[in-house]
Design a protein around this ligand. Structure first.
Ligand code: ZN
Length: 681
């Protein structure tokens, strides 16, 4: 199950946020949210609101956990592609040591390339999965590499510049070599055509057979097979190289463990100490059983103020959906804002009972939906620089079934997005009239946040599979379908009078702001993230397109919702919001049936019909209207910098946080400070 959701810059542009909820010692009037801008990317900065009011022990705990979060960076780089670390270090070596002309277009394009691969944690775009093509020539690159003293360059084990270049140049410059980080192309071998470093010299069939032979259909609590290993061939046989201390990624894992041990020593409680110690044990042994033990303990801890994710978590980047990309987030609970999510989770059973799905697919008893709003202190691995705004973990189905899941909404990231996008003209360009713009200004933020809360706290946890059905049968359609289900659950209930009754919104019409922006995004404006002529690939984008295009088709007959032309521009027009809600309910009911019954053919038909192909005319139009606004379609973040303050005896007396590091300096510092893996693993 794939559960991290990413903010769509497009659907959240220009909204206002209530700063009063985050009043503390940060001066928000002078805080600089915008850090850098290049290619299709804007880099922002987020404030860690409330950090200075934490206790010294809590701050110190955040410090150690944040170090552990940064140490895994190179694991992710290597997971994404086995040439990534070599390419990055050669480029960084050039960046630091090249003495030639730095005012040329070639050099500027080289700098942009380096910024792009930092953003993607590798040479493939973080979102589209396509290889990032350098806008400078292979000849230029070769010339500048050779102009630098080889002693200053990271050529592996005495490899000469020529050898290194021979190895990386086709990977960087030849569009036919490793074109996609993850391939989902129907009918191809998705393992062999994916550039990720999860499998080497192994075919899709061999990979499937390898893991199918491990699965026991009678095991009610299976481990997440394949989560923490690379699959290779050794003497003709398929084997796993496990990511653990003493195994693959040893050096980085050793450092992660070192910081976790310091964190364990000052944990907030015995319970939290036990959680951290179990994670350490997992990194030492590589045992997936221990990882499940850790996940169960982690999901039960709802009392600690400080919390974290650290490990091999989401499986989006593996074409087979098994391998966990390394990620970490360190955070603390935002007490005031969490009242909202606890109201929702306290009423979880009501929502389940009143959902429009068939009773056979409902949970009789919704377990442990724990939900909170958090402030992020550090982003690491797969959550940096591009980051989710909501997370629901753990991913193991049986743990969710037996122990529930933990769901978070990340407040300070959303806040930074909002601040950075104020006044960018997006709504004015794409919304059909002042009424929609006004509605969005008034209720955009509150309904966006509620959508995220409902999606994470309730949507993913709702419903049940029929006995004997496994989610694996939906294969590549499993994750877009699951996101579709969670989004529909949120959309359906956003319009429910229950939300007004619970005090979550003040106005029964507020949901209309979200309905409008959701479909506008899914059917139109999210296409700003797709290159002309390409299909939609990313799971969340497929989900949003599926929902939006489906209701547009079904809503035609009664004139519920439509795309209409006005002065040569296409706009979304919603004529009947109540009937739109009925349509969301109908689709939710069908999607839940597909998931509960494991109906692969229906999942495939739904996603392929509505969620993959792009209307070329609309795409062209949206791209040109968007271009005129000059908004970056993707956002990333820099982290704050934490420092331990010690007295003369070496005792920690404070932890400070500062926000003045820029994007290049941060990436270069991380590469110096947290880079211990060999170039190839
Ligand atoms: Zn989700």
């Amino acid at each position: 199950m794939l559960t991290t959701i990413f903010l769509f810059a497009a659907c959240n542009e220009g909204k206002k946020t209530d700063t009063e909820t985050i009043a503390d010692d940060i001066d928000y009037t002078t805080f600089e949210y915008k850090v850098d801008r290049f290619a299709d990317i804007e880099i922002l900065r987020y404030p860690v609101s409330g950090f200075n009011s934490l206790s010294l022990q809590q701050k110190e705990l955040i410090y150690y956990l944040s170090q552990a979060a940064l140490e895994g960076r190179d694991i992710l780089w290597d997971q994404h592609n086995r040439y990534n670390l070599t390419i990055r270090r050669v480029c960084e070596g050039l960046y630091e040591n090249y003495m030639g002309d730095k005012s040329s277009d070639d050099w500027k394009n080289f700098e942009t390339y380096l910024k792009q691969i930092w953003m993607a944690n590798g040479i493939h775009h973080h979102y589209s999965e396509d290889k990032i093509m350098p806008q400078f020539s292979q000849e230029y690159f070769t010339t500048i590499v050779k102009s630098v003293d080889p002693g200053r360059m990271p050529f592996r084990d005495g490899m000469a510049a020529d050898e290194t270049l021979n190895e990386i140049i086709p990977v960087m410059f030849d569009p036919a070599v490793m074109p996609k980080r993850m391939s989902q192309a129907q009918g191809s071998d998705i393992v062999q055509t994916s550039a990720v470093n999860f499998y080497e010299e192994v075919t899709q069939i061999e990979g499937e057979n390898f893991y199918n032979s491990m699965r026991d259909p009678n095991d009610n609590t299976p481990v997440s097979y394949g989560l923490n290993s690379k699959v290779i061939k050794e003497n003709g046989e398929v084997v796993e190289k496990v990511w653990k201390l003493g195994g693959m990624y040893d050096k980085a894992i050793e450092r992660i463990i070192g910081w976790l041990e310091k964190a364990s020593a000052i944990a907030e409680s015995e319970q939290q100490k036990d959680i951290i110690d179990t994670l350490i044990e997992f990194y030492r042994s590589g045992s997936l059983q221990t990882f499940d033990d850790y996940s169960v303990k982690w999901v039960k801890d709802t009392d600690s103020r400080i919390d974290f994710i650290n490990g091999f978590i989401e499986t989006y980047t593996d074409p087979m959906g098994l391998k966990g990309s390394w990620e970490s987030i360190v955070n603390f609970k935002s007490i005031e804002a969490s009242k909202r999510t606890s109201i929702i989770s306290d009423n979880a059973q009501w929502f389940e009972d009143n959902s429009p799905v068939d009773d056979r697919f409902k949970k009789e008893e919704v377990k442990g939906v724990s939900a909170k709003v958090i402030t992020v202190g550090i982003l690491g691995g797969d959550t940096y620089p591009a980051t989710p705004i909501g997370i629901n973990l753990p991913n193991a189905d049986w743990i969710r079934r037996d122990h529930g899941s933990k769901s978070v909404t990340i407040d300070n990231i959303t806040f930074a997005y909002d601040k950075a996008s104020e006044g960018n003209g997006f709504k004015e360009e794409f919304m059909c009239s002042d009424a929609e713009i006004e509605l969005s200004r008034k209720y955009g933020t509150v309904t966006d946040n509620l959508h995220t809360d409902l999606h994470e706290c309730l949507g993913h946890g709702s419903g049940k599979l029929l006995p004997g059905v496994s989610t694996d049968v939906l294969q590549a359609y499993g994750s877009p379908l699951e996101e579709t289900r969670a989004d529909l659950f949120a959309l359906y209930f956003l319009a429910d009078p229950k939300l007004v009754e619970l005090g979550l919104v003040s106005d029964q019409d507020a949901y209309k702001a979200q309905y409008y922006s959701y479909i506008m995004n899914g059917a139109m404006t999210q296409l700003t993230r797709i290159q002309p002529g390409k299909d939609i690939e990313q799971a969340h984008m497929r989900n949003r397109a599926t929902i939006s295009n489906w209701v547009l088709e079904k809503g035609k007959e009664d004139n519920v919702v439509a795309l209409e032309k006005k002065d040569d521009k296409t706009y979304l027009v919603v004529n009947d919001y109540e009937k739109l809600r009925v349509l969301f309910g109908e689709l939710l009911s069908e999607v839940q049936r597909i998931k509960s019954e494991g109906d692969f053919e229906a999942a495939k038909a739904l996603i392929e019909t509505y969620g993959v192909k792009v209307n070329q005319d609309i795409h062209k139009e949206v791209l040109s209207r968007y271009e005129s606004l000059d908004i970056a379609p993707y956002k990333g973040f820099v982290n704050p910098v934490y420092k331990l303050v010690t007295d003369d005896n070496g005792n920690v007396v404070d932890v400070t946080v500062s926000y003045n590091e820029n994007y290049i300096d941060q990436q270069m510092r991380y590469s110096r400070q947290y880079s211990v893996l060999p170039l190839k693993n």
